[in-house]
Design a protein around this ligand. Structure first.
Ligand SMILES: NC(=O)c1ccc[n+]([C@@H]2O[C@H](COP(=O)([O-])OP(=O)(O)OC[C@H]3O[C@@H](n4cnc5c(N)ncnc54)[C@H](OP(=O)(O)O)[C@@H]3O)[C@@H](O)[C@H]2O)c1
Length: 224
């Protein structure tokens, strides 16, 4: 049985990853913040584990709480958008810290903790990035704090791929599509079920050539 870790599984894309992997028979460890979300995760067959990714001490201690020597698939889904800016509005320091700590610092603290378990399984690491983090194709400045955080996350993923790829781990950054969730909103392009099903297919089929790549949810390679 494969072991899947989903960080940020209380709702949205992370929750759907936990639901689909558990329905397929995987052993799913799914993190949440609020106590009331634990029951919803149990109901879909996942094992809930409390984790606030803003808590650096909890991230450092996370390995000890994981109770898994091997992780076949790790999905880092927890993320926040921050202020819905349209131009060059200066971010409030609290917004800057919340977005950067959630979207960038947390993966930088978590990936080293997960690395030995991913190496043991020759597993796969997927971070949920966004096309909004792509610098080369950027057309406007909307949500520039979120964009900056996802560009930084892409860079973090690339570093991880260079370190972990030679040890057999396939590291990928995904744009999940514009998905109907609390973050994506009701008028987004695609349903969360479809986004996750497509990404799971890409993850399952991924080989060494996918290591260090930025991928659309349908497997198409995106430019940084
Ligand atoms: N939806 C889209 O169209 C879209 C597009 C591109 C990229 N993405 C990315 O995909 C990922 C998932 O997005 P989504 O649409 O599912 O967002 P969402 O519906 O807003 O859900 C966000 C998830 O992140 C968790 N989270 C936020 N801060 C956290 C913290 N400090 N500690 C632990 N968990 C935390 C939330 O937990 P709580 O319930 O506890 O708040 C929730 O489970 C994000 O990284 C997002 O940037 C989404």
């Amino acid at each position: 049985m494969s072991t899947v870790l989903v960080v940020g599984a209380s709702r949205g894309i992370g929750h759907e990853f936990a639901r689909q992997y558990a329905a397929d028979g995987a052993r799913v460890i799914a993190t949440h913040r609020k106590p009331e979300d634990a029951e919803r995760l149990r109901a879909v067959g996942a094992r809930p584990l409390a984790l606030d990714v803003l808590d650096a001490a909890a991230l450092a201690d996370f390995g000890a709480r994981l109770a898994a020597d091997r992780i076949d698939v790790a999905i880092l889904a927890a993320g926040v958008y921050g202020p819905r800016t349209t131009g060059l509005e200066p971010p409030a320091p609290t917004d800057f810290d919340a977005v950067m700590h959630t979207n960038v610092r947390a993966p930088m603290l978590l990936i080293p903790v997960l690395a030995p378990r991913l190496v043991a399984a020759r597993g796969k690491l997927a971070v949920l990035s966004s096309r909004m983090g792509a610098t080369g194709t950027m057309g406007h400045a909307t949500g520039w704090l979120y964009r900056a955080s996802k560009a930084a996350l892409n860079n973090v993923l690339k570093s991880a791929s260079l370190e972990l790829g030679p040890q057999g781990v396939i590291c990928m950054a995904f744009h999940p599509g514009w998905v109907r969730t609390d973050m994506g909103g009701a008028s987004a392009d695609i349903d969360v079920t479809e986004s996750v099903a497509r990404m799971r297919y890409v993850i399952a089929a991924a080989n060494d050539s996918h290591n260090g790549k930025f991928l659309n949810y349908n497997g198409e390679q995106l430019s940084w």
